[in-house]
Design a protein around this ligand. Structure first.
Ligand SMILES: [Zn+2]
Length: 281
């Protein structure tokens, strides 16, 4: 059967495929790296919250008529979400394949919509005590075409590459503002607001119901309205914390050392940007 990028209508039934990528630094309540690290005792509580928010997104998708759901565990080891707690139609991707689609690996044009849950503001931004992009250890900031680049932006463009609209994003308030500025038709739900090393969060249960309702509503309208138009060309600038990392990575094909801490890579193909990120971080 030929898959299409919009609803498949058979009789009265909609067959909708939804891809949900989940991170932890934007879930309700999380305020410190100890709470995001598997090896620390503070992690268990937020692993549960991440799982509950992922489940809520699945439930919202099912309420909107989704018949197939892929959940991507996209934090750290990729082994955080407790699979048993997701509703049975959901498939769960754990671990990292090494594919340049990173946090949305295995997405393709067969999906009708994508959603990002528990996402967070970018490296170099405030708005979350855990703000970073891809690597908090190595990178000070990433800019794409002159603008600070979050994990949301990297993967929203990647979804755009296969024509899948990102219809819903949950995470900190600063990220939600970035999402709305880039694509006003993407629905957002803010779990918390960061202030320096602190954050103020909605109640964990309120986040769960907000994500469930937000997801259902985001999937109920015209999904194509949230599709992103990709820029014609890309200039990626990675600013490393250590100049030694910048120097070593400046030898990636097509990359150049722009400043002691900054490597630039330019391409007209977004997949090449994703490939570069895979090797430059
Ligand atoms: Zn993460």
């Amino acid at each position: 059967m030929l898959l299409t990028s919009c609803y498949q209508l058979i009789g009265e039934f909609h067959y909708m495929r939804v891809y949900i990528s989940c991170d932890i630094e934007g879930v309700a309540g999380i305020a410190h790296w100890d709470e995001a690290r598997k090896s620390h005792q503070d992690y268990a509580e937020f692993r549960r919250q991440m799982t509950s928010e992922a489940r809520a997104a699945c439930e919202g998708a099912l309420a909107a008529g989704a018949s197939a759901i892929t959940v991507r565990d996209a934090h750290g080891t990729g082994r955080n979400i407790i699979g048993r707690e997701l509703p049975p139609p959901a498939h769960l991707i754990r671990g990292w394949s090494g594919h340049p689609y990173l946090m949305i690996q295995e997405i393709d044009q067969s999906y009708d919509a994508a959603a990002f849950i528990g996402f967070h503001s970018s490296a170099g931004a405030g708005g979350n005590p855990l703000s970073h992009t891809i690597s908090s250890r190595m990178l000070h900031a990433i800019h794409l075409n002159g603008e600070p680049c979050s994990e949301y932006r990297i993967h929203a463009y990647a979804a755009g590459l296969v024509g899948v609209p990102v219809v819903f994003v949950s995470g900190d308030q600063t990220l939600c503002a970035e999402v709305s500025a880039l694509q006003a038709n993407t629905r957002t739900y803010s779990t918390k607001r960061g202030e320096g090393a602190s954050q103020t969060s909605v109640h964990p249960d309120e986040a769960i119901s907000g994500i469930r309702d937000g997801m259902r509503m985001a999937l109920s309208g015209d999904l194509s309205r949230a599709r992103l138009q990709l820029p014609d060309s890309f200039s990626l600038e990675l600013t490393y914390k250590e100049h030694t990392d910048a120097y070593a990575r400046s030898f990636y094909p097509g990359a150049e050392l722009l400043a002691p801490h900054t490597v630039r890579f330019k391409s007209g193909e977004y997949f090449e940007v994703l490939r570069a990120l895979q090797f430059l971080i």
